[in-house]
Design a protein around this ligand. Sequence first.
Ligand code: ADP
Ligand code: MG
Length: 612
Amino acid sequence: MIRILDKHVADKIAAGEVIDRPVSIVKELLENALDAGATQITVEIKNGGKSYIRVSDNGCGIPAEEAELAFKRHATSKIVNAEDLDAIDTLGFRGEALASICAVARVELITKTEDAKAGRHIMIEGSEIRENSAIGCPDGTTITVRDLFYNVPARSKFLASDSAETRRIVDMVSRIALSYGDVKFNLINGSNRVFSTSGKGNIFHNIINIYGADSGKDLLPVEKARDGFVLKGFVSAPSASAPSRSRQIFCVNGRVVSSNVLEKALDEAYKEKLFHGRFPVAFLFLAMPADRLDVNVHPTKKEIRFQDSFEVSDFVTEAVKGALDVKEALPQIRSEVSKKPEEGTSSTIKEEPAVIKIPTKEEQIDIKNILSTLRRPNDVESESEKTDSAHAESLTAESASVAEKSPDTHFLPKKASVQPFDFDELQCMGAIFNTYILAFDEDSFYLIDQHAAHERIFYEKLLAEYNRREKLRQTLLLPLNFNVSAQIAATEEAWLSEICSLGYDMEFFGDNTYLVREIPAFMELSEAESFLHDFFAFLEDKPDLTNRITLEKLITRACKSAVKGGDSLTNEEIEALMKDLKNCVNPFSCPHGRPTFVRMKKYEIEKLFKRV
Ligand code: ADP
Ligand code: MG
């Protein structure tokens, strides 16, 4: 039998689509607070949000006579007619969140607008108003959500443990707090303060406040502007990578987003700098012209699409690469386990990073103003469904004036704070343990792993050789007899041309033997020989060498044993090695992601000797 569902049942079903777990409630309430222009927001949760969620803000509040309406489905003050949808810049606009929440929980609202003498107190249970009275309270809105799914026990079964739900909430609030750097956030779990931010818009301080003092260690500032794109934020030094992407936070035009394009762009910047399975930490804020984001994807959607993803990824990779090309990116020897840094005294950030600023609320869009402008004429009638073109115009006009601003105006200009690494300032003093070259410059002391350095040089030279049209070979006075397995000899066509492309000249001699007449010019005979050994050893796995990535991988692996380690080097050899390293594209790590340099700041040495 087909029948129309009872309103309560329908509400509960609809609520499930918006509200699947506590974190979705927190998100909706947070977005409402931000849309209301709040500059201070406090989030409190208990039992992973299952028994208690409270979000208080100092935003524009809800007029007393509209307060009940806010809980009705499709009740919104944010759009009036269909055209508004194109210009909307608020986080919410569907008018569904509060209706959905009050269908599946006990909800209490306390709210007051600036011009009202008294506030409003509303209690709702299962969409039924239980109380609607005047109350004395400060300006702003507090919404408390208790006993989630008390009336839909089937749904509560799908919730995870308290700690897992708490983790989801903390992660989400952290990301939002970071992206709205000039809003003061407080997050309280049970009786514990999880974090609070200052609302002063300083990205670095916010990172420390939200993720803890240690997270600020080994962060490098990123800053680049080009063609209407501005990228700011912080990324980890390669030595401070993470086992997952959980600490990669991307904001595009003020919104927290997830983006494959940005993840890949970041990976590209760290290529060969990290071991397999390690990920950079990143807090990146991209400002770009809104019209270069795909219009079919609404900006409130988490997944973002760029019109020209190459343009974006290219820009991001270049900006991050630049950030990594500094002394501060090298792994550091520290004199002691670092103590909690005071504000602005991170060990890696020399200059006060306070000048990095994300868009302020006023620069973004004055929602508070828009909401109250929209409301004022409606105060008496309190009907948000009414289509009033005058109000609609004021909304679109406001939005348009904000959209016109170029992203560059969102950030204050800032001078470069960190200098690129300069090889020419290095002075080498020989090597210790036949392994580590000692070097120093004005403010630092370095150990350079001669084996890792050699591996890097060897790898880049070999790749360069492969790409060069005219190979630089050296002819051996006495050709080398090189034995291979019967299988390798039988599959010559799979590898011979590739080996020649690398700078070798080999010829079948019979009986599984090849005559090597020429080797790459930059190699010593022993290197050339061990490279061939490894190359053929890996060929047994039958890789497809026509695939460039496979070939590079094979070269990477074969380089490892080809270069000599543990040899004592003369000063001239050290100098030559450093010169070759300087010419590398990626001098600070071996092809497998091991560091070539370790750095100790003069200051750390002074600390050890108790001079400072
Ligand atoms: P939406 O955000 O999509 O408009 P909601 O159900 O989340 O829908 O909220 C309904 C309306 O209630 C909003 O349009 C807004 O006018 C009002 N409202 C909700 N939360 C707040 C708040 N914290 N401060 C001011 N007004 C709010
Ligand atoms: Mg909302």
